[in-house]
Design a binder for this molecule. Structure first.
Ligand code: CTP
Length: 468
């Protein structure tokens, strides 16, 4: 493995280890990522002794500032673009009510044994006797080749020691397209309730990593099948299932949502657009009705869904900022291009869509494309063709009318000035009427047209311009 320790920092650390007679190893994700050919900037060093003292020796030698985390017994230094973390080898047991470990000094094998997965328990020696040797007591390399997430210890112990590892197992499986070893999977199902002691932020961090993986349905299927999803994000688990009345069923909205999510991942790496895919049908269970003679309907699920977004973001400790508003807007509008694509596409409908979606129109079109999951090839073709038509119209209308991020040519202030009005109902009525007339295409999007139209409208309201 020596050829993988090209960076001079490894030799420097090896010299410190030799000089002070302390054993040191590179361990964890950095070693795993060598095998996965994913160059990494985070290096974890484990020493048989005091990690903080070793870090301070390293800091002095490398002329780098050391950050010490006394409570965790770790220390970190930054060197160019590398982040190097030091810890003493541990032999740990965890308390059942918290994730904070009780630490004892251990050997390198003790330390490897207490790590989460065999693929994360690989170490490379920095010691003179066997510099560069791979130390792999739990066959982590074999599991990497077999694409298997497996725990070094009995999985029940590994997960009850630190329940966040249940999320990590699923996250690694999703990121790497690995399988979770059967006993480990059973242990997650059994211990799922222990997730309650993990902070929401940590859970959501892992959830976001699953969402950002190439095919998130892999992770979500594991979350659902183990029962974790119901605990951490019940609204999504509720999408599961098909009800049948009088021989009529509806599609399973959980698997549909996963399909939409996988679809959108082929066109975007944006976390929030991916969230919009997850949430686009979130209100279907709450709005589901069986209507005689018609079948299943989900009227208003886009409105109710948009209203559910802030509460879901708060519950998952996602940011309650413009990202949330973006997701909310996409959920609200997700049916609009489809409806458009089913009908004759009029200019005014396109103008309205552009006005409502503003700068998020491209995201909305991507979401709608991803939302086409029917197996009926004829329908897929029809939708895709119509979408192309809508896209072309959007382009034409945008070029002509510049509706995106549009402000009507006459502002509320203008109206107040022209008619000598204070802020009030009439200003809103006139403003709305101008906007509607432009969106409908009754008048052009110009000041002169808007002024003429406004004077007429004002007359109807019994208003006349004040002369200055
Ligand atoms: N680890 C663990 N249990 C945890 C978290 C981490 O055993 N709950 C160990 C693993 O050996 C892991 C190492 O600590 O490889 C470093 O953890 P971390 O930096 O969180 O993850 P990486 O494995 O480096 O992977 P990534 O950077 O993708 O999160």
């Amino acid at each position: 493995m020596e050829k993988h320790l090209q960076h001079p920092v490894f030799k420097a650390l090896a010299n410190i280890a030799k000089k002070h007679n302390i054993e040191a190893y590179v361990i964890g994700g950095y070693v795993r990522d060598i095998f996965l050919q994913r160059p990494s900037k985070d290096i974890d060093i484990v020493v048989l002794g005091n990690g903080i003292e070793f870090a301070e020796l390293a800091g002095a030698q490398l002329k780098a500032k050391v950050a010490v985390f006394k409570n965790f017994g770790t220390a970190m230094l930054k060197l160019q673009d590398l982040e190097i973390e030091f810890v003493g080898a541990r032999k740990e047991s965890y308390r059942s009510d918290s994730r904070k470990p009780i630490v004892e000094n251990g050997t390198i094998s003790d330390d490897q044994l207490r790590r989460d997965f065999t693929i994360n328990a690989l170490a490379i020696s920095l010691n003179e006797a066997n510099y560069g040797a791979l130390i792999d007591p739990f066959n982590g390399v074999e599991d990497l080749y077999n694409q298997l997430i497996k725990t070094p210890l009995d999985p029940e112990l590994t997960f009850s020691d630190d329940p966040l590892r249940m999320m990590r197992a699923i996250r690694f499986a999703s990121q790497l397209n690995f399988k979770i070893d059967e006993p480990a999977l059973k242990a997650i199902s059994k211990q799922k309730n222990r997730i309650a002691i993990v902070s929401k932020e940590r859970i959501t961090d892992e959830l976001n990593k699953i969402i950002l993986s190439p095919k998130p349905s892999l992770g979500f299927n594991y979350l659902f099948d183990t029962g974790l999803l119901k605990l951490i994000f019940p609204q999504m688990a509720n999408l599961y299932g098909v009800e049948v009345i009088k021989g009529k069923g509806h599609k399973d909205n959980f698997y549909h949502t996963l399909q939409v999510l996988d679809n959108i991942c082929e066109t975007t790496n944006d976390l929030w657009l991916r969230w919009a895919a997850i949430l686009h049908d979130i209100a279907k269970p709450a709005t589901k009705r069986f209507e005689e003679g018609h079948g299943w309907t989900f009227h208003g699920h886009e409105d109710k869904g948009a209203r559910m977004v802030p509460q879901i973001f708060a519950q998952l400790k996602l940011p309650l900022n413009e990202k949330m508003k973006y997701v909310q807007k996409l959920v609200q509008l997700h049916l609009r291009p489809i409806v458009l694509a089913q009908e004759v596409v009029t200019d005014s409908a396109v103008r309205r869509l552009l006005f409502d979606a503003g700068e998020d129109i491209e995201s909305l079109m991507l979401l709608c494309n991803a939302d086409v999951t029917t197996k009926n090839e004829y329908k897929v073709k029809k939708y895709r063709n119509n979408f192309e038509l809508v896209k072309q119209k959007l382009k034409d209308v945008e070029e002509r009318d510049k509706i995106r991020n549009w402000q009507p040519p006459i502002t509320g202030n203008d109206i107040m000035k022209i008619f000598g009005l204070g802020a009030g109902k009439e200003v809103g009525i006139i403003k709305n009427a101008i906007r509607e007339a432009i969106l409908e295409g009754d008048i052009t999007n110009t000041y002169d047209d808007a002024l003429q139209f406004m004077l007429l409208k004002a007359k109807e309201l019994g208003l006349s311009p004040v002369t200055h």
